[in-house]
Design a protein around this ligand. Structure first.
Ligand code: ACO
Length: 352
């Protein structure tokens, strides 16, 4: 790991990859489990299906490792060249060690710093913010940021108000110094702990350790007061998008893509409207993946990667449990044409 500070470096996303499990949980299947319908879910949330990780002993790390391995292969990056791995997750495999530690072991990355970031649905923006500082200071040259969640592990499939919303998945990005000027320009992260009563998991932590009673009372599942969270989510997502635009002198005409957290299509539409953006410049993956918490933004980047052009201006906006929220402004550092390796070589700063 480089320990010398170098000023003037800009961090850039130089690769993205995702992983979603094979199993597709459709609205029709959910309607057979709880009192809901395809029409209600589609109209109120925009979700048509979501992916669910099945298989004994498979946790969040499985999907995260698949995404990271794919990213390393695709960008022709050697495991020994990675300086830091950050995993954003709310559904770690275990209380400890961190899922980041487990992912490193699974893909063969050793002797580097790795840790988890817990900021619920804002986790990826938080982790990207941290990664960018390590690059900008010259401390690291290659940082992997993976957002991954197995939400099905904490969802009550008898609660129609939450079980229709969430899915499982992982998305990973490689962050490196950019030499072409494109990359992460600005990030902001915010929190308000008074939001905890509206969105949390009651048991399983140190305040209420697991017991037979907590399990019987179904306290290990997501507790969400949907309407209250919706109100905050709409306000904060729109605010953060507008603030990032104002801080960076952006207008609706100069933003190429909004990359919003995917919690509800109506929240995304309200955010886009406040920013003055038409929906054809808004990344939308909620219809096929649902809310995958820390994975929604990197999965959206992965899904839209073929459409992205070098220099495209992207604004990210996220909101989640905590409450937490955050935003980022970046310019996309590579184009869709040509082999991944060519793109990476083009934007990498030569090693000293
Ligand atoms: N099917 C049918 N009816 C339902 C369902 C369902 N799946 N879920 C709720 N309803 C009912 C409710 O029971 C209620 O019925 P009632 O009027 O008889 O009491 C009615 O629909 C309306 O309920 P609302 O909660 O007001 O429904 P709303 O339109 O607000 O949609 C939703 C609910 C989708 C949860 C919405 O509130 C939402 O998206 N909230 C924000 C989610 C979010 O952004 N979370 C943050 C990120 S997640 C994280 O950080 C982990």
């Amino acid at each position: 790991m480089t320990v010398q500070y170098r000023s003037g470096l800009r961090a850039a996303i130089t690769g993205v990859h995702g992983h979603v499990p094979d199993y597709v949980l459709s609205n029709a299947e959910l309607a057979a489990l709880v009192d809901t319908s395809d029409d209600w879910i589609t109209e109120r949330t925009g979700i048509r299906e979501r992916r669910i990780l099945k298989g004994e002993g498979l946790g969040t790390s499985h999907m995260a490792a698949e995404a990271v391995q794919g990213l390393l292969d695709k960008s022709d990056t050697k495991v020994e060249d990675i300086d830091l791995l950050i995993c954003a997750t709310t559904t770690p495999d275990m209380v400890f060690p961190s899922t980041a530690n487990l992912v490193c072991e699974m893909v063969g990355i050793r002797n580097i710093g790795s840790f988890d970031v817990q900021a619920a649905c804002s986790g990826f923006v938080y982790a990207l913010t941290i990664a960018s500082q390590f690059i900008e200071t010259g401390r690291c040259r290659k940082v992997v940021v993976v957002g991954a969640d197995k939400m099905s592990s904490i969802i009550d499939y008898t609660d129609r108000a939450t079980c229709v919303l969430f899915g499982d998945g992982a998305g990973a990005v490689l962050v490196e110094p950019s030499s072409n000027g494109y990359g992460i320009v600005d990030t902001l992260i915010r929190s308000d702990g008074s939001g905890a009563p509206h969105l949390h998991q009651k048991a399983g932590g140190s305040r209420m350790p697991p017991t037979a009673e907590t399990v019987a009372k179904r306290l290990h599942y997501v507790h969400q007061e949907g309407a209250a969270v919706y109100k905050f989510a709409v306000a904060r997502m729109a605010e953060v998008g507008a603030e990032i635009m104002m801080r960076n002198q952006l207008s609706a005409a100069t933003v190429d893509w909004l990359v919003p957290h995917q919690a509800n299509r109506r929240i995304i539409e309200a955010t886009a409207e406040r920013m003055g953006l038409p929906m054809d410049r808004v990344m939308m993956t909620i219809q096929k993946f649902g809310n995958t918490t820390a994975a929604t933004i990197p999965l959206s980047l992965w899904d839209y990667e073929p459409k992205l052009k070098k220099g495209d201006r992207l604004v990210m906006a996220a909101f989640g449990g905590g409450f937490t929220w955050g935003g980022a402004y970046l310019t996309w550092a590579y184009g869709a044409n040509g082999a991944m390796q060519q793109r990476v070589n083009e934007i990498r700063v030569p090693a000293e």
